[in-house]
Each structure stands twice: as structure tokens, then as C-alpha cells.
Design a protein around this ligand. Structure first.
Ligand code: TYD
Ligand code: MG
Length: 440
């Protein structure tokens, strides 16, 4: 058992000192110092836990490892932190295995040893995909195994820097009496992989199938224990006019950096291709003027993206009108509709409203409020919005237009792309004013 350090405490005021003192510098009492020994705690497995003072803790040099896939690195805030546990989730078939095999290729090309464990596909299937992606490094090892204890044995054998588990739903711990893919198996295996990761200092990437509707939610229970949580999202059908088959990588948690950058990829015949100039990617109709179409500018991390909003407002056949939003929060839509009713004097109660943000992107901040309102009122009035117009701003409950972060950067980018009519809180105060100018 490790011996604890000795220290002295004043018995009248609790002042601590590393040496014995005759007079307490804090309360002035004489001969009050008593010797104490730090008591180490012995855990069940015999190791000792000793709390350390903040200043005693040394920080190892955690230099991040860049994969060279810029869009992936940017989401992780400059690359992978060694000895971390990363969870990557997404719908089945969205491209998780493809992305992670590309990451494995990039790392092994840089001479990092990578062990890719596939529990879902045969080695042959993985090899076929690897060939498609051009992976050929001697540092990339493949294993088809589901039993976690066997995976751990191979881990000792291969001794890699990176371990990839594809997917967590297919591995099992033989000591746990539950079926493969059950929540308890996922949690047990996740906890074991965390322990292994930190103990031997490898970096582990866990793939997990997660659906948006929550019907496959098991890996979500790992979110609190891992260091980084990534999600791969996107349209499964090629989106609209631009013909891109986009995938967006998001970070929802990062213990080693910011988590507000997104990575944009296009799924091609040879894997995921990085999309670096994304400003106009989500605009599918080449700014046509049509009822119900508006444009806004989003900021995703440091990146500025123009998006197109479409709405369809028409009389309902039902007792309760339908409100369907894709890529926009339905609750926020209800709030904006209430604001429109009250401050633009439009009665939308008998109307079905369908709202769609094109290109498969999701508006997650309030900067699209004004554009959403403009789009809905344009459809309702059956009038297109002015040519080359873009709407930026949050809308408050008083119908006022509010500033959003990065507004000048957003406006500059919109102007660069030819949107010359900017409607923003810099020039307009209320939705009533903007709607009057745009739609009469
Ligand atoms: P996959 O990575 O297997 O998805 P996940 O692991 O998330 O379930 O990707 C499956 C889809 O991606 C499949 O429909 C085929 C397509 N794909 C391409 O279009 N190009 C490619 O180069 C690869 C490898 C896959
Ligand atoms: Mg897969």
C-alpha cells in the first residue's frame, strides 16, 4: 500500500502547512499544529486512489492527430485526441462504415497501426469496400469478431494505436447474460472499451446505429461516458437540383475542444468526398422567384451557408390543420405562426402549412426566423419575394427582428453570392415592415 504524505493542521482554525509551526500564521494560536498522514483509499482491486491537488496534476502533451481528412478534423476541432473514446452514430446505411474506413485508411497511410473490427460484415465485404476507397496500407488490420474478450486478445496481439468497433450493436461481453445488441450489452461493452482505451492508451472509435425517431437508440446510452460524440446525417436520396448526395458530420460533445463545427461530404462511388466550398450547396433551385421560397444565411461554426426555405400554405380539409416542418423545429414554427397572426394580421388557422429546408440541412438557431415567416407569408399571399433577397434575423414575440451572432459576416457572404436585397435587423425593426415592403 502506498504511504500517504504527512502534513500539519492547526487544531484551532484548520490552517494547513507542510511543516510544523509553533504559531499559526492564520489565527495566531500557539502550539496548535497536529501531524496528519494522508490516508490512501484502497479499492477492491488493490489499487490506490489518492486525490491530488490541482497544481500537482501534470498535463501530458495531448497533441491532436490530424487524419488529413480536413472535414473530419474540423469537426473534432483539429483532429483526434490520443487516448480518447469516440462514438459515431447515425442511421443505418448513411455511410458510417464508409467514413470510418476512410479514416482508418488515412491513419494507416500515416503509419499508425489501426485495428478495424467488423461484427457486421465479412472480411471479404470490408476488403471490397477498402479497395473501393483505395486503402492498401500494411498498417491496417481487419478482424471479423463479435466476442469482446476475443477482440481484447487480438488487441494485445496487434497492439494498434487505433481501435475501431463497427458496430457496438454487434459486440458482446460473454460474461453478460443478455442478447447481442441489447441495452445492457451495449453499456457493458461500452464501459469495457472505455476502460481498455484509458488503460492501454489507444484511441477507440465506436460506431453505433442510431435512428432519429429513436427506434434504434441503444448507443445513445453511451454518450455520457465517451469523450466525443459525432453524428453522421443526411438525405439518403440525392437532394434536388444540385444532384449532390450530401452527408453532414456533426459533433454533439467534445471534451477536447469546441463542438460547433460541421463537416460536409458528398457520397460518391468512391466513398465520401469532402465538400469545402459549401456556401451555395443547399440552394437547390438557383434562386428562382416562386411563391413560398425564401433564402437565409446560417452559420455552422466558422462556416457560412446559404439555405433555401420552401413553404406551402393551403386551406385544410381537416378539423385540425396540419403543420409539418422538415429541417426546422416544429415548436418554433408554431411560435412564429402566432407572431404572424398577431403582428401581420394574417389568419392562418384554417391553413395547412408545410415547411421544408432544402438540401437536408437543419436550421438549429433562430437566425432563420425571418426567412421562415417571409416564406410562409409569400406562399399564403401567392406572391414571390423580391428578386435576390435574403432574410436574416431572429423574430421575437413582439414581432420585432433581433440581431443574431455573426450578422455582418452572413450579410457579406450573401452579397458575395449575388443576394443584393438583404432584410436584416440592421435596417428593419419589425416583421410587419419587412412583409409590407416585400409583399405589399
Ligand atoms: P455504409 O458505410 O455501409 O453505411 P453504415 O455503416 O452507416 O450503415 O454505407 C452504405 C451506403 O453507402 C450504401 O448504400 C452504399 C453507399 N456507398 C457509396 O455510395 N459509395 C461508396 O464508395 C461506398 C463504400 C458506399
Ligand atoms: Mg456499417
Amino acid at each position: 500500500m502506498a504511504k500517504g504524505k504527512t502534513y500539519f493542521v492547526c487544531s484551532s482554525c484548520g490552517y494547513e502547512s507542510v511543516r510544523w509551526l509553533g504559531k499559526c500564521p492564520n489565527c495566531g494560536a500557539w502550539d496548535s499544529f497536529k501531524e496528519f498522514r494522508e490516508q490512501p483509499v484502497v479499492r477492491r482491486d488493490g489499487t490506490v486512489a489518492v486525490a491530488k491537488r490541482l497544481k500537482e496534476i501534470e498535463i501530458r502533451d495531448f497533441k491532436k492527430i490530424s487524419t488529413g481528412i480536413y472535414e473530419f478534423d474540423r469537426v473534432l476541432d483539429d483532429g483526434i485526441t490520443p487516448s480518447s473514446l469516440i462514438l459515431i452514430g447515425g442511421d443505418p446505411g448513411i455511410g458510417k462504415s464508409t467514413l470510418i474506413l476512410q479514416v482508418a485508411k488515412a491513419l494507416s497511410d500515416k503509419s499508425y497501426k489501426v485495428l478495424y473490427v467488423s461484427g457486421e460484415e465479412s472480411l471479404e465485404q470490408v476488403k471490397i469496400r477498402a479497395d473501393r476507397l483505395g486503402a492498401s496500407s500494411d498498417f491496417l488490420f481487419l478482424l471479423n469478431e463479435q466476442d469482446l474478450s476475443k477482440i481484447k486478445e487480438e488487441l494485445e496481439h496487434v497492439d494498434p494505436s487505433f481501435l475501431i468497433i463497427d458496430s457496438i450493436q454487434t459486440v458482446f461481453n460473454p460474461d453478460v447474460d443478455q442478447v447481442v445488441g441489447s441495452i445492457s450489452q451495449i453499456r457493458e461493452c461500452g464501459a469495457e472499451l472505455l476502460r481498455v482505451t484509458k488503460e492501454i492508451g489507444i484511441t477507440t472509435i465506436i460506431v453505433g446505429h442510431v435512428t432519429k425517431d429513436g427506434s434504434l437508440a441503444g448507443p445513445k446510452t453511451l454518450e455520457h461516458m465517451v469523450d466525443v460524440v459525432l453524428y453522421l446525417e443526411g438525405d439518403r436520396v440525392p437532394s434536388g437540383g444540385n444532384g449532390f448526395n450530401l452527408r453532414i458530420l456533426r459533433c454533439s460533445k467534445n471534451r477536447f475542444g469546441t463542438s460547433n463545427e460541421i463537416g460536409i461530404f458528398e457520397m460518391t462511388g468512391n466513398g465520401l468526398k469532402e465538400v469545402t466550398d459549401a456556401s451555395t450547396l443547399f440552394i437547390t433551385t438557383d434562386h428562382v422567384r416562386r411563391d413560398g421560397i425564401s433564402y437565409t444565411v446560417l452559420m455552422e461554426g466558422k462556416r457560412v451557408i446559404l439555405v433555401e426555405i420552401q413553404s406551402l400554405v393551403l386551406p385544410t380539409f381537416f378539423a385540425v390543420p396540419q403543420r409539418v416542418a422538415t429541417g426546422f423545429d416544429t415548436k418554433r414554427l408554431y411560435m412564429l405562426l402566432a407572431v404572424v397572426e398577431k403582428f401581420a394580421g394574417i389568419n392562418l388557422r384554417g391553413m395547412d402549412i408545410f415547411l421544408n429546408v432544402t438540401g437536408g440541412i437543419r436550421i438549429q438557431d433562430s437566425s432563420g426566423d425571418l426567412a421562415v415567416i417571409a416564406s410562409i407569408v409569400s406562399s399564403y399571399r401567392k406572391r414571390p419575394l423580391p428578386e435576390n433577397s435574403v432574410f436574416v434575423g431572429e423574430v421575437g414575440l413582439g414581432g420585432e427582428i433581433r440581431k443574431v451572432p455573426g450578422i455582418t459576416k452572413r450579410i457579406e457572404e450573401a452579397k458575395r453570392l449575388g443576394f443584393t436585397n438583404v432584410y436584416s435587423p440592421l435596417e428593419y425593426n419589425s416583421i410587419e415592415e419587412v412583409l409590407r415592403i416585400c409583399l405589399g
